[in-house]
Write a protein of this length. Structure first.
Length: 639
């Protein structure tokens, strides 16, 4: 029979994964019991079909009443709630304590241990999830005394490692499909022009089976002029570079030549007096580049006008400006003099403004106007408030030019390694590396990034090698919403940057204050994940009613683990579905972690005082034993 393309799209990955798991690995037989988690999903429905064909007795979980009703329509008799760990006790009760033979698992955390507890001797555990693998979660070996087998399922890896087996299993699975033993999954179709609605539908966990994206309607095309693959400058135009006779400004001038420029006007306060400048000019002349080096104080309007008048008389039309002039004079703001502020601000601010005014008087509009700002405007930097302020002004000027439809590119440079200020000051470069992490960029790589910005008409981007974990350690504003995206990207690494000192808060806050603070932190994370304004989040409302589903629940657990520094059982969300109840759970976990940490520290201190050589493992084990005893009412006086 003919299968519609949309229905056919539901077959390959889901049914092949299930066939490989149940037939090849578990070797599920007639009369055996199988527990299928998330049974109303695509893999779950496919598993129900194959298990029915093999003659197994099906036990299933689903997350909502609607999905559990659907499973009943499919003929499943034993149905449980996947959001509660009580499914294990219910199954043991319904099977007179015997349990099941096979578990097809997609749950994480403590649910894994509950699944192992209900496996009969010679049972098979089939793991579809990935979270516990990548988090290296631990499970005890005790359940395996009953000849239990554990399988990690990754069909993608099977296709790569064993293509012959893959072909054989897929062929067997499709024969069952052809004979009507298996059928395509139910699906909800969305046209590709409405892909956003499809993702919203999936985010709300409303689908049963699969979501299929179709192309029934022609895709809307937006016609834009093709962008060049690389920067190609006009060989018949003049390009002006301030600070162009030394350091990174001079390297920029050389790069402009590499990109096709034949006429350069290089401006600096002292002109071509340095050895570096004279050697560079000689090299330009050897390349037959028309280069003019002028002494020009860009802080003076008449000096800048004189340079542009000179270009108008002796050179082709100016089509590009790069403002690279910089003066650095660092000091803590409490010690910074007015002269230091003026010396740093004037070249950046007045220089850019005078160049801007002169550009407006040109007969032809510019192709490019680039200003060299700094990544310090993103993060700040100790002792450089004057420098940060000057660069902020540059960025505002480029914003104004963009609003006016004029050429404008603001690039926020990180540390540049081989030319310029940092190349002459190794100690400052190393200090920046310690603070911001990563290495300083070679000028060639930095200028390739600038080329990409110009080609793609982008501005106000930071160009740097950044390690958020390093920056997080010294940045006072690290926890502000401004950096939430960076912190989220780094949340899967081992660092404490996004965590507060919870031990200190527990010791200094009243219980009411502590709970209010924890509730606020949870609201911030829920707001970020569900895209809801914080005032609309009710601490007493179920977070599932707000739109949280199982996938977003995993994201929320990971975010909270990073913020609070404790391991949170994944079923905690189901057991404490409101923010208020979840806050109490987190406080309980925090207080337990603080007690354990405190005991470990005290034992280590006692050992040192008595010159006892003891391993950290022994200390931790002793702390665990004491903590267990302290939980007993008869042992409270041990404190």
């Amino acid at each position: 029979d003919f299968i519609h393309y949309e229905a056919a799209a539901t077959i390959p990955s889901t049914f092949f994964t299930v066939y490989y798991a149940l037939k090849q690995l578990a070797q599920l037989e007639a009369g055996e019991r199988i527990l299928i988690h998330g049974a109303a999903g695509g893999v779950g429905i496919a598993a129900i079909q194959l298990a029915t064909h093999l003659g197994a007795e099906i036990y299933a979980t689903a997350s909502s009443p609607e999905k559990r009703d659907f499973l009943r329509l499919m003929g499943v008799k034993h149905i449980y709630n996947s959001r509660s760990l009580s499914f294990a006790d219910d199954i043991l009760h319904d099977t007179q304590g015997q349990g099941v033979d096979v578990v097809l698992n997609s749950l994480a955390g403590e649910a894994i241990n509950r699944n192992l507890q209900i496996l009969r001797p010679f049972g098979r555990f089939l793991e579809l999830g990935k979270r516990d693998f990548y988090q290296n979660s631990r499970i005890g070996l005790r359940p395996f005394r009953n000849n239990i087998s554990y399988f990690g399922i990754d069909a993608d890896q099977l296709m790569q490692a064993k293509p012959a087996l893959t072909r054989r299993l897929f062929r067997e699975m499709m024969e069952l499909m052809a004979t009507g033993q298996l059928a395509p999954l139910p699906y909800k179709a969305f046209d590709a022009n409405h892909i956003v609605e499809a993702f919203r539908y999936m985010q709300q966990a409303r689908q049963i089976g699969k979501i299929v994206v179709t192309y029934e309607q022609p895709l809307r095309q937006v016609h834009t002029a093709p962008l060049p693959s690389q920067l190609e400058l006009n060989p018949n135009a003049t390009y002006v570079v301030t600070g162009g006779l030394g350091g990174f400004g001079l390297r920029t001038a050389q790069w402009l030549v590499e990109k096709g420029a034949q006429h350069l006007l290089l401006l600096s306060r002292r002109g071509a007096q340095s050895t570096e400048a004279t050697e560079a000019l000689a090299q330009f002349k050897a390349q037959h580049i028309d280069v003019h080096a002028l002494a020009c104080d860009v802080t003076q309007a008449d000096s800048v006008q004189a340079a542009f008048d000179y270009a108008a008389q002796h050179m082709p039309t100016i089509k590009g400006i790069v403002h690279a002039a910089t003066v650095i004079d660092d000091a803590l703001i409490i010690n910074m003099s007015a002269e230091q502020i003026r010396r740093v601000l004037e070249p950046k601010i007045l220089g850019a403004w005078h160049l801007h005014e002169q550009s407006l008087a040109l007969t032809e509009p510019l192709d490019l106007f680039v200003v060299y700002s700094s990544a310090t405007t993103l993060f700040g930097n100790l002792g450089q408030s004057n420098y940060v302020a000057a660069n902020h002004w540059l960025e505002a000027l480029m914003g104004l030019r963009l609003q006016q439809g004029l050429a404008a590119t603001n690039v926020r440079w990180g540390a540049i390694d081989d030319v310029g200020f940092l190349a002459r000051h190794d100690q400052i470069k190393e200090a920046l590396k310690d603070r911001m992490g990563g290495a300083a960029l070679p000028a060639s790589l930095a200028l390739r990034a600038l080329e990409s910005m110009l080609v793609h008409q982008q501005s106000h981007l930071g160009v740097m090698e950044l390690d958020w974990n390093a920056l997080d350690r010294f940045l006072p504003s690290a926890n502000s919403p401004k950096f939430s995206a960076l912190a989220h990207l780094a949340s899967d690494t081992d660092h404490d940057g996004h965590r507060e000192d919870w031990a200190e808060l527990i010791n200094t806050m009243s219980p009411t204050e502590l709970q209010e603070h924890v509730i606020h932190v949870i609201k911030v994370e829920v707001s970020e994940i569900l895209r809801l304004p914080i005032p609309r989040i009710d601490a007493q409302q179920s977070i599932y009613d707000m739109g949280l589903d199982s996938l977003l629940g995993v994201e929320l657990v990971l975010a909270l683990e990073n913020r609070f520094g404790v391991r949170i059982p994944v079923m905690s969300l189901s057991e404490s579905p409101t923010i208020e109840r979840l806050s109490l759970k987190l406080i309980e976990l925090l207080q337990g972690a603080q007690t354990e940490s405190s005991l470990s520290s005290e034992i280590q201190l006692l050992a040192a005082q008595h010159n006892i050589d003891v391993s950290q493992e022994t200390i931790d084990q002793t702390a665990e034993q004491l903590e267990a005893e302290l939980q007993q009412p008869s042992s409270r006086n041990l404190h």
